[in-house]
Design a protein around this ligand. Structure first.
Ligand code: FES
Length: 267
């Protein structure tokens, strides 16, 4: 099966410094899973430029309509900057993927906690759609450096409880720990309430999250918490060994064994 696709941009909208793109990509939309990576070539279709592809995590898909959505920020990363300059309706993108394994929701999960920031947050947005379709209760906690990067609530399914901060992620993790500052959460801490947690965080925030898990849950077993490591992938095919990650199971490749890992195997 070919893993190279052409996707035509159907619509582009700006929300602060976030750019929302809807792409026509029926084959991808049919089998793409939240958390799988797509490698988008940062050059137009005619160019022979071999620049590294941009690693993008989609923010949603609609198999019936044959569309997928991207949620990009105007960050410093070159590949995304190129994409934002080029990506207007009717342009065509050269996409390789899907790469890696996506998030898997346990069939017994009734309450799902999502905590994210950075480029992997889009994958959690995609996961809210899948979870709500399964009638799972979802809390999404998100952080960004500026409110211009806040994902508008109307892009999420209405049943999702959504909290956002521009401060350090600990502001969201403290309530998880049952902080007296926010009694709303202390009586019903999401980290205790959740049957499953999926996160995409920078390394320091991930450490904070693991500390909160250890403090709050008497029993934290494999299969409860999963982390998306949303860093750049070079080849996406297991050939370059540029994405190796040390885990409790030994060295693994983010593009083959990940980019989702059981947090118990990373912590
Ligand atoms: S990205 Fe090349 S081996 Fe994983």
């Amino acid at each position: 099966m070919s893993r190279f696709y052409r996707a035509t941009i159907r619509e582009r909208r700006a929300f602060g410094k976030l750019i929302w793109l809807e792409l026509e990509a029926p084959e991808l939309a049919a089998h793409l899973r939240p958390g799988q990576a797509l490698l988008v070539r940062p050059a137009d279709m005619q160019s022979a430029d071999p620049l590294l592809r941009a690693t993008i995590f989609h923010a949603g898909s609609n198999a019936k309509q044959g569309t997928i959505t991207f949620l990009l920020s105007d960050g410093e990363e070159f590949q995304q900057a190129w994409l934002l300059q080029y990506a207007y309706p009717s342009s065509t993108l050269d996409i390789y993927g899907p790469v890696g394994r996506g998030f898997e929701l346990d069939p017994r999960t009734g309450n799902l906690l999502l905590v994210g920031e950075g480029p992997g947050l889009a994958a959690l947005v995609a996961l809210t759609q899948q979870a709500v379709a399964r009638r799972i209760s979802v809390v999404l906690l998100a952080a960004a450096s500026h409110s211009d990067y806040q994902i508008p609530a109307f892009l999420l399914p209405p049943d999702v409880e959504y909290q956002f901060t521009t401060g350090p992620l600990s502001e969201l993790l403290e309530p998880l720990a049952g902080s007296k500052k926010q009694p709303l959460f202390s009586s019903n801490a999401p980290i205790v309430w959740a049957d499953q947690a999926c996160v995409s965080l920078d390394p320091l925030s991930l450490q904070d999250f693991v500390q909160q898990l250890r403090a709050q849950r008497l029993r934290w077993t494999p299969g409860f918490a999963f982390a998306l490591i949303a860093e750049q992938l070079a080849c996406g095919s297991g050939a370059c060994f540029g994405c190796m990650l040390e885990t409790r199971n030994g060295w693994q490749l983010r593009c083959k064994d990940g980019p989702i890992f059981d947090l118990k195997r990373l912590a």
